[in-house]
Design a protein around this ligand. Sequence first.
Ligand code: PLP
Length: 446
Amino acid sequence: MTTINNSSGGIDMSAYWLPFTPNRYFQHHPKIMQSAKGAYYYDDHGRKLFDGLSGLWCSPLGHADPRIGAAIQKQFETMDYCPAFQMASETAFRLASRIAKMAPAGLDKVFFTNSGSEAVDTALKIAIGYHRVMGNASRTRLIGRDRAYHGVGIAGISVGGMVANRKMFASMMMPGVDHLPHTLNLSQMAFSRGQPKWGAHLAEELEKIVTLHDANTIAAVIMEPVQGSTGVIVPPDGYLQKIREICTKHGILLIFDEVITGFGRLGANFGADRFGVTPDMITFAKGITNGVIPMGGVIVRGDIYDSIITNGGQEQSIEFFHGYTYSGHPIPAAAGHAVLDIFESDDLVNRARALEPVLEDGLHALKGKSGILDIRNFGLSGAVELDPVPGKPGLRSMKVLEACIEKGALVRVAGDAIAAGPPFISTPEEVQFLCSVLGEAIDVAM
Ligand code: PLP
């Protein structure tokens, strides 16, 4: 049995298979969080750690906000579960309406899931189902992007572009998927503040894919407005606009995967708002419940819903054969209401926007340190790309994470980049602290 001795006594580490974690390395370098409050975690060594990534990008309001706890408790006492099929709670209806109101005009239907991965699968199914009911059953091809992360469902890893997530499962990859190139090119854009000026032309690659396959075989393009999990890759100026134009021209649906960028991370309700580009669907998860309890979903253009529903056969027939036992679960829905209340009462999207230049300046002040290849940022998110240890990918950033923990902050390892995305409740001083800790940690790890 592998145990660690810490302030809570011995922890048996033999049974828990950690997700997306080097399990063997972890056994020797365990990181155990014991409690969380506000913008801080407290670990088993008694360290107070500034939460530099808002959990896993999912806790923008910080931790243990009693208003969320109270809403969950109240819903639990009122109704702890409601069957998701053929009936629903009022809480879920009201949450769908609120989310639709926050979304870009025209996107006014909400399908609930439990996670971002499920939201992605759902959106891709809606895209294919929509074309089918519109008489375009040949439109089944899906287009993703290199370095994209769309969760871990089979559809999500198929359109995703992180090689390691696909390699072991090659036999399970969906057929009929293409990938656009990613837009990161350090020789053209290293150390850009905000959107890089170079790279909008990369959207033209979509025209090449259309020429190759014909538009009438393509259902949808899916992309994160800012690629989060591969280290905050910011779209070049004009790139998303061009992608939108090409999709519209060819009748291809555009899905923005806003699991990270939704609910304020980019200083607007959605990335779609910040970039001024309206997709046909938006996937969300994470921030909607502040990470307290799982929930995700897809926001869908009204006429896509109408087409599927009106082509659904007899009135008593199910129009779309898809859903989860916990779709629209009343408890996460209640948490979602509390979160949206807090967004409004505490003006959190504007607070995120106001912190953006603080994070930008703090990160870019690290330029010139040895071993930093790039610094990039957008909204309240940023990343520092590090020179890898030769032959040992990911080791440098792990060492930086560990040095950050020693110095009082948590960050996120993304390959050999370090990502930061502090809570919206942070003070400017806390964001500056995060950046200076990161700088000191990089010095230690080089
Ligand atoms: N899509 C994007 C853009 C994400 O960043 C993530 C998770 O980080 C997902 C999908 C998957 O979400 P989940 O882990 O909730 O399944």
